[in-house]
Design a protein around this ligand. Structure first.
Ligand code: 1GP
Length: 239
């Protein structure tokens, strides 16, 4: 097991927080001051990615970002065009909640030749989109239907199938800017079944919600929108 996955897997009670930066939503000029806030916060990881980033913008973005932080930079790509050599790792995501072969295995095949040219740590990750009230960008781009938020059994079985297929992480996603985050009941039920780390993201906007998500069993929480909208949220989390 390589360093970044080992660090997530062995974190035990240490609750991990990834700040998600979407290169499509942040100007390069705004990056240094934003990263200063990230470095000074409780964040443990930086995720970079988005559903609709223009071709090759991510490479430039990560090259500017890398010297600004000591935190591990993990690609969270919406597409093959978001692979950047300068990052530390990549979540090799398979969208297990949907039936679109392109997002289950198709894009992965296209990524292989690009990944061979990098030293990125590749982390196989089962990605589950959970219904969050409104249509999300992931849903639009992948043309898949999320799992019903009340169908806890299907969420658990899908996550477990991912683990049995050899995924190293499971990511429960409500979608960026989701109105409703992943139900805590689903987080609890999935955590009970899994022996690999659990990532939860989408629609988490307060310290109370963050703590509740950790208490339900998330090992790593991903937050993007709440930081984008109000950088004071970094300080609120420290209090
Ligand atoms: C989206 O889970 C992440 O992929 C983060 O979502 O932007 O709603 O925090 P938010």
């Amino acid at each position: 097991m390589k360093a970044i996955l080992r660090n997530i897997t062995t974190a035990e009670d240490k609750k991990l927080l990834a700040v998600l930066i979407d290169p499509d939503k942040m100007e390069l000029t705004a990056l240094p001051s934003f990263i200063e806030k990230v470095n000074d916060s409780i964040a443990t990881h930086i995720f970079v990615g988005g559903s609709t980033v223009e071709d090759n913008v991510t490479q430039v973005f990560v090259a500017v970002l890398k010297p600004l932080t000591q935190l591990p930079i993990i690609l969270f790509p919406g597409d093959v065009t978001q692979i950047s050599k300068t990052a530390d790792a990549i979540l090799f995501l398979s969208l297990l909640s949907g039936n679109n072969p392109e997002y289950l295995i198709g894009k992965h095949i296209k990524a292989v030749s690009k990944l061979k040219e990098t030293n990125l740590e590749i982390i196989p990750t089962g990605y589950l989109l959970i219904e969050s009230g409104v249509e999300t960008a992931v849903q639009r781009v992948t043309l898949t239907t999320p799992i019903s938020r009340v169908n806890t059994q299907l969420i658990v079985d899908t996550a477990k199938a991912g683990e049995l297929l050899g995924m190293q992480l499971i990511y429960l996603e409500a979608g960026s800017g989701a109105k409703a985050a992943v139900p805590l009941e689903a987080v609890k039920a999935v955590k009970k079944e899994l022996s690999i780390p659990l990532i939860v993201g989408g629609g988490i906007r307060s310290k109370t919600q963050l703590e509740a998500t950790y208490n339900a069993g998330a090992d790593l929480v991903v937050i993007g929108t709440a930081f984008e909208e109000d950088e004071a949220f970094f300080d609120a989390l420290k209090e």
